[in-house]
Design a protein around this ligand. Structure first.
Ligand code: PEP
Ligand code: CO
Length: 465
């Protein structure tokens, strides 16, 4: 696995016409070093022959929804695993993730009185960029785990050899996951009349779960009230179905290129592996392969923005990724750390605002608040996560811009990976149910707790935009 360039070029290449493979002439960081390039090319060609996972028209609908976020009229909830797993793949796991996302969205919609755009880190989130190229386990130096798209997680030299066939397994698992999500969200499971059913047993008995029951009952009463007034609720699809969108980090460009298709309606290119993709903090170089690739596909695109980003860097990314200034095309996902966000974010908000770029700003309060405990487990504290979200709202309030959403790592399971919460997880508890393949995730109760607190921030935020 190379941290360096795939095809190292001393000077940036002359700009050429964009194509799904034009990224190959640019420095591509964090790409798997497939041992057999012919096998990798065969896997990419196979992906290129398979049906797309999403339709271009859906990506355009999501772009319009995110345009509403950029304009301050909606809020994004983007959440899911740090890294999806080939092993933890079942209907109950997908259903439980959807349940907690629906609960959080209900709390945010009810509390913030705004539409919530629901995006999963799901059905494709299988590749990781890692800060350290290697890790040492029991004295053996191994390539760091890069996600199931690339290799296995077992701490052996054999398991960590990249295998391009895994890109096809990702495709099939993503297709099955997306199929079930579409069935749940369009087939009745996400019906607002089911608002009580999303409260799982181990959540329902917690303070957050009881608080959720109150809101769920109020929503139910409001629906019954409207029905009693003679409004025909059966004919309002918004009450019975939701739009749920998929996303992942567009990291392994062989995979993304393989799933890129020209839309038959518009002739434009779309990366049909997900509705929206984001560029990670480690691969957002304006003259790098990832920015080149995503500059040419027409999906809504996200880009992580970490503490090193200057206003000039951010403006360059805006120009490269959204020269047409289309609202909803570009979401900037800041991840600065609870201690630094209030200092670092305002100059970026100001520069983007003054340049007139219609950006949706989203807060990732997870990735700059990680630390390792004495026993060697990576964790985050809910207080730091909330602290970063509060700093995000405060920075936007100061600059008169819109804090458009949150980007979280969570799971529907009852894990002990992040510290804190009302039923507090302590350092000694982390080992009880620490199950993540990569970064620590909020459990269902901590996620719901967070949703209530974010709803409160939304409620207090000036809405005259
Ligand atoms: C992630 O979202 O899992 C991630 C690795 O984030 P970042 O690129 O911001 O570090
Ligand atoms: Co992560």
């Amino acid at each position: 696995m190379s941290q360096g360039t795939r095809e190292s070029t001393e000077t940036p290449p002359e700009p050429t016409a964009w194509s799904p493979s034009s990224w190959r002439a640019y420095p591509a960081l964090h790409q798997p070093e497939w041992p057999d390039p012919e096998k990798a090319e065969a896997a990419r060609a196979r992906l290129a022959s398979l049906p797309p996972l999403v339709f271009a028209g859906e990506a355009r609908q999501l772009r319009d929804a995110l345009g509403e976020v950029a304009a301050g009229r909606a809020f994004v909830l983007q959440a899911g695993d740090c890294a999806e797993s080939f092993h933890d793949f079942s209907a109950p796991l997908i259903r439980d993730k959807l349940k907690i996302l629906l609960q959080m969205a209900a709390v945010l919609t009810y509390g913030g009185m705004l539409p919530v755009v629901k995006v999963g880190r799901i059905a494709g989130q299988f590749a990781k960029a890692r800060t350290s190229a290697t890790e040492t386990v029991d004295g053996v130096e191994l390539t760091s785990f890069r996600g199931h798209m690339v290799h296995g997680e077992a701490p052996t030299l054999e398991a960590r050899v990249p295998d391009p066939e895994r890109m096809l397994q990702v495709y099939h698992q993503s297709a099955a996951t997306l199929n079930l999500l579409r069935a749940f969200t369009k087939g009745g499971f996400a019906d607002l009349m089911q608002v009580h059913a999303w409260n799982q047993e181990f959540v329902a008995n917690s303070p957050e779960g009881r608080r959720y029951e109150v809101i769920a009952s109020e929503i139910e009463r409001a629906l019954r009230f409207m029905a009693a007034c003679g409004i025909d609720l059966t004919s309002a699809p918004q009450l019975h179905q939701i739009d749920f969108w998929t996303s992942h980090e567009g990291l392994v460009l062989d995979h993304e290129e393989g799933l890129t298709r020209r839309d038959s309606l518009t002739g434009e290119w779309y990366d049909c592996s997900a509705h929206t993709l984001w560029i990670g903090e480690r691969t957002r170089q304006p003259d790098g392969a990832h920015v080149e690739f995503f500059s040419g596909v027409n999906n809504p695109i996200g880009c992580k923005i970490g503490p090193d980003a200057s206003p000039e860097d951010v403006l360059l990314l805006c120009e490269r990724l959204n020269p047409g200034r289309i609202p909803g095309r570009l979401t900037l996902i800041s991840r600065m750390g609870a201690d630094r966000i209030f200092d670092l974010l305002p100059p970026l908000l100001r520069a983007v605002h003054e340049a007139g770029h219609p950006v949706a700003w989203v807060c990732d309060p997870m990735h700059a608040n990680v630390f390792t405990t004495e026993s060697g487990l990576k964790t985050r504290h809910l207080d730091a996560i909330m602290g970063e979200i509060e700093g995000f709202f405060a920075a936007h309030r100061q600059e008169g811009t819109w804090p458009g959403g949150v980007h979280l790592e969570f799971t529907g399971e009852d894990v002990t990976e992040c510290l804190g919460g009302s039923e507090e997880v302590h350092e000694d508890d982390l080992n009880l149910r620490y199950m993540t393949l990569c970064d620590p995730r909020l459990n269902a109760r901590q996620s719901l707790d967070l949703a209530f607190r974010v709803a409160e921030l939304m409620r207090r935020y000036p809405t005259a935009r």
